[in-house]
Design a protein around this ligand. Structure first.
Ligand SMILES: Nc1ncnc2c1ncn2[C@@H]1O[C@H](COP(=O)(O)OP(=O)(O)OP(=O)(O)O)[C@@H](O)[C@H]1O
Length: 475
């Protein structure tokens, strides 16, 4: 039986190989494992949800052809998606696609999804008003959270908490850091690990936004007690983005009570925030002091080596290998945050797949360039000033400075004109960007350039060109 499936899949691969580039073949088809063949249906295992979606979006016709040629027109394909390690207890989610119908097939196109069983052992029949769908996401595991200097403390503390929830001095554990640096991933990984080690524990992950909405609904429905009682049953409470509690006094008060009760009962609390507790404005002092009771750990931007490891891991998870020079180039070029890094990797995989090119340095450079170009088109003050300095070949300090030479005054006035036309900034703010000039100077600059555009073709051309950089026309 096993060899029958293998042989069948090998035949499919032969057909597929003719239709796709070698890069796409090794990226999207080599990692597939044939599982079984029964009732005219071939089941193949794919490494991830992303992988499955990618095949569906890009290679349906190719797969259909292979199935037609090997099994026949009535042949069907079924995908089995490998679930994360953190989800080991649940059966794999299987997408049955009895479809991929050939054009002359009468089969109805339908997709059935076998739901994974609910993770939460509790039943809250009487709590209909609470939206209890904020469960842990299995893909966020420690395994996939790459360690580096940027996150070592938070990761280690997270592991300690996951091994002994409520029993370490890291209670609460507060993880903070900038956008896209892995806060949600880390606190979810803690929750997933606890579920793995202690399945009997009630672990609840909830965003502050959801918590607040639930609270507001509870007030409206007169069910505050039900709301509070529900939270008091939790063994591990994970609250994401607590900065959103700022200025919400009533929600803070209720959260404070829940916090105290859980803490006193030895339950674990894990929080995340986009800034350190000391920088959380609009938060009650008593709550802030509670946040500092346990351990506060920050996540920073990953360094070069960590970025390399993150890219490698992401590609590996999707069964893709690239040369080190490409890896190095990507890690040197994207230094902002991990989410952006991931975005570039996905674009790169998409480009490689769509253009049927190898993922090489050239493709990496062109993909990155198109992303950067898109960002450049954003109408921010920096981008506009940058465009003007590049066009006139003046440096930023001179552009913003006081020098009255004609060759500097003109670009400066053009820059003021562009800021006035392309942003909503008030005149005073525009003046601020030029060393604190007052609004009358800005008005004068805007008027001069407006008149020059009308009377002087070369000025009109210059401003048009600059507008074009942002894909805009000069009216
Ligand atoms: N150290 C890491 N290793 C692997 N992946 C990471 C790491 N840090 C972040 N990521 C990935 O980067 C993406 C963004 O991370 P996440 O959503 O956790 O950031 P965040 O700090 O919560 O962002 P935000 O402030 O916008 O909510 C996720 O896909 C996550 O898996």
């Amino acid at each position: 039986m096993q060899s029958e499936v293998k042989d069948l899949w090998l035949k499919c691969l032969e057909i597929i190989r003719e239709d796709v580039s070698s890069q796409s073949f090794s990226t999207w088809f080599a990692p597939i494992v044939p599982l079984k063949f029964q009732n005219n249906t071939l089941t193949i295992q794919v490494p991830s949800q992303f992988f499955y979606e990618w095949l569906e979006e890009n290679y349906v016709a190719v797969l259909r052809k292979a199935i037609d040629h090997t099994i026949g027109k009535r042949g069907m394909l079924e995908y089995s998606i490998v679930v994360d390690k953190g989800d080991r207890k649940n059966p794999p989610i299987t997408f049955n696609l009895p479809t991929l119908p050939s054009s002359n097939s009468n089969h109805m196109q339908q997709q059935t999804v076998q739901q994974a069983p609910a993770r939460n052992p509790f039943q809250f029949k009487d709590l209909d008003s609470l939206e209890l769908d904020s469960y842990l996401i299995p893909k966020y595991t420690f395994d996939k959270f790459i360690e580096g200097d940027c996150n070592r403390l938070g990761r280690a503390a997270g592991m300690a908490v996951a091994n002994k929830p409520g029993l370490t001095s890291f209670n609460p554990l507060m993880i903070y850091g900038g956008v896209g640096l892995g806060k949600t991933h880390l606190i979810q990984a803690i929750g997933n690990q606890i579920k793995e080690e202690f399945p009997e524990k009630f672990v609840l992950y909830v965003s502050t936004e959801k918590f607040t909405n639930q609270f507001v609904n509870a007030i409206r429905n007169n069910s505050i007690e039900t709301f509070t009682n529900f939270y008091l049953q939790v063994d591990v409470l994970i609250i994401d983005d607590v900065q959103f509690l700022s200025g919400k006094e009533k929600t803070q008060e209720t959260f404070f009570n829940i916090f105290n009760h859980l803490h006193q009962s030895g339950k674990q609390i894990i929080l995340s925030s986009d800034r350190a507790p000391r920088d959380l404005a609009g938060m009650e002092d008593r709550l802030l002091s509670r946040f500092k009771w346990g351990l506060t750990a920050d996540l920073q931007q990953p360094d070069f080596e960590t970025r390399i490891a993150i890219i490698q891991k992401k590609l590996q998870d999707d069964g893709i290998q690239i040369n080190f020079d490409v890896l190095e180039y990507l890690a040197h070029s994207i230094q902002t945050n991990v989410r952006e890094l991931e975005g570039v990797i996905i674009s790169l995989m998409a480009q490689a797949s769509l253009t049927r090119k190898e993922i090489d340095l050239e493709l990496a450079k062109s993909t990155l360039k198109s992303i950067v170009n898109d960002q450049e088109k954003e109408l921010s003050v920096d981008n506009i000033l940058e465009a003007v300095t590049t066009h006139f070949d003046v440096d930023m300090l001179t552009l913003k400075g006081k020098c009255r030479k004609k060759e500097n005054v003109f670009p400066r006035q053009v820059a003021m004109y562009m800021l006035k036309e392309l942003t909503n900034l008030p005149l005073k703010s525009i003046g601020y960007h030029f060393g604190g000039r007052d609004h009358s100077t800005v008005i004068h600059a805007v008027q001069s350039i407006s008149e020059a555009i009308e009377s002087d073709k070369s000025v009109e051309k210059t401003v048009k060109k600059l507008f074009n950089r942002f894909n805009l026309a000069l009216n």
